[in-house]
Design a protein around this ligand. Structure first.
Ligand SMILES: CC(C)(COP(=O)(O)OP(=O)(O)OC[C@H]1O[C@@H](n2cnc3c(N)ncnc32)[C@H](O)[C@@H]1OP(=O)(O)O)[C@@H](O)C(=O)NCCC(=O)NCCS
Length: 179
């Protein structure tokens, strides 16, 4: 049976935290996860089986790319194709948001996740030294043509507060009128 993948709601917070804590060695705090659910900067999608959230993916726009922040599947439901479905859903959602390039960061020792991403067509892009809070490096993987010089990556614990948009250059049609 194909589990529905749908946008997360605030009522899903506890379930997302449960899957996250069972899956990640450096889970986000409750406050941060709650903030990520609240702000429009991140998209959170959940996979549900029999009314229970068993997996989720979190992504956000990063320059001209869509960046995957987390994907996790509850341990009893792994190796059943859910991770693959969540990644495919991320790519489809991001495409519908206008993105054609994608990035993610993964722990070099996380072979399961790397296999998942390689299967989805991602390639290794660069090493990110001391990316994680414990100073471990990350590997950045990308998908899509013409990946630009990527802006420096925010740490694995992002701020859920949307940053103010950069000011458009003077003379640009988006620049505020001079007063
Ligand atoms: C990585 C993760 C999301 C994969 O989810 P999943 O539902 O088990 O993955 P799938 O069943 O869709 O597997 C898809 C592919 O991923 C790879 N894969 C998944 N688990 C694997 C494992 N334990 N060992 C090796 N490869 C694995 C395989 O290539 C697999 O394809 P195959 O079944 O044809 O061999 C899951 O293991 C997880 O939640 N891990 C902890 C959280 C995490 O590391 N997230 C990624 C970084 S944020």
């Amino acid at each position: 049976m194909t589990p529905p993948i749908r946008p997360a709601a605030h009522k899903d917070l506890e379930d997302i935290l449960r899957v996250q804590r069972a899956s990640l060695s450096n889970p986000w705090s409750q406050e941060l996860t709650q903030g990520v659910l609240r702000t429009g900067k991140f998209t959170v999608r959940v996979a549900e089986i029999s009314g229970q959230v068993v997996g989720y993916a979190i992504f956000h726009p990063r320059d001209t790319l869509s960046n995957l922040d987390q994907v996790a599947v509850a341990p009893p439901h792994r190796r059943q194709g859910l991770g693959r479905m969540l990644v495919a859903d991320w790519l489809a959602q991001a495409k519908s948001q206008g993105f054609v390039r994608y990035s993610l960061q993964v722990n070099p020792s996380n072979q399961a996740a790397q296999n998942l991403y390689l299967q989805a067509g991602f390639r290794f892009h660069r090493q990110l030294p001391a990316y994680y809070p414990n100073q471990e490096d990350a590997i950045e993987m990308v998908l899509g043509q013409g990946i630009p010089d990527l802006p420096s990556v925010s740490p694995a614990f992002p701020s859920p507060t949307p940053r103010p948009a950069p000011k458009p250059p003077p003379g640009s049609p988006l620049a505020p009128p001079k007063t």
